[in-house]
Design a protein around this ligand. Structure first.
Ligand code: SF4
Length: 223
């Protein structure tokens, strides 16, 4: 791709956002939840696991574990069993229990609303904190960078970085802050529905005219 000025990239991104907004008007977090605690638990479980599988597991889990105290007091083996099929279940169970114990001890049993407090909880990194802040509280302090967001940001020529924190910094400087949470949903939805890792459907892609298709080989691109 010929070198693009920042002004041109901003203008292109604005058009990409308009198209994605029109394409996915119903966009939302695909992890099912009814409150901040459920979203926090679901997001911890989603590490190395699909949202679909997490939703199957949490359907039962949330019936049996209704409060922070339920997780904090749960026998570890029981919690492990309940989340087993999400993978890495020993670590996840340990983190969920430790996280909820801290919520009881330090936060009155509530999920805190700041990046600093959230990232001090067991099993909660910047990505999980961004998911909770953006979706449970409507607070945009960062952009969630998962595998889809990283891949699409690169293909769309929005970053050259590969480390999630650096991709996030690039996106934060391009995307209007009020759209940070939405923007990652748009890229995640587009990544799942159109721009998959192995077989991007460039030919039918809604943003193909705005996409330099960085790293896409001709094998994929029939457009
Ligand atoms: S044109 Fe291709 S690479 Fe670009 S977003 Fe669409 S599917 Fe992905």
């Amino acid at each position: 791709m010929p070198r693009e000025t920042s002004k041109a990239r901003f203008a292109r991104l604005k058009k990409i956002i308009t198209v994605l907004d029109r394409t996915y008007p119903e966009v939302h977090c695909e992890l099912k939840h009814t409150d901040p605690l459920e979203l926090l638990i679901a997001t911890i479980l989603s590490a190395q696991c699909t949202d679909k599988r997490v939703n199957i597991v949490t359907k039962e889990l949330f019936k049996n574990y209704r409060s922070v105290a339920d997780y904090a007091n749960a026998p570890l083996a029981e919690l492990e069993q309940a989340i087993k099929s999400t993978g890495f279940f020993r670590n996840k169970a340990k983190n969920i229990r430790a996280c909820c114990r801290k919520l009881v001890e330090r936060h009155g049993g509530k999920v805190p609303r700041t990046m600093e407090e959230l990232t001090q909880l067991a099993g909660v990194g910047r990505k999980t904190a961004n998911v909770v802040l953006g979706n449970a509280f409507g607070i945009n302090v960062g952009v969630v960078v998962d595998t889809h967001v990283a891949r699409l940001s690169h293909r769309l020529g929005l970053t050259k970085q590969t480390a999630p924190e650096k991709i996030e910094r690039d996106l934060m400087s391009l995307v209007p802050q009020k759209q940070w949470a939405l923007f990652s949903h748009w890229l995640i939805w587009h990544g799942r529905r159109r721009c998959s890792a192995r077989k991007p459907d460039c030919q039918n892609c809604e943003v193909k005219k705005l996409c330099p298709q960085i790293g896409i080989t001709k094998r994929f691109d029939h457009g």
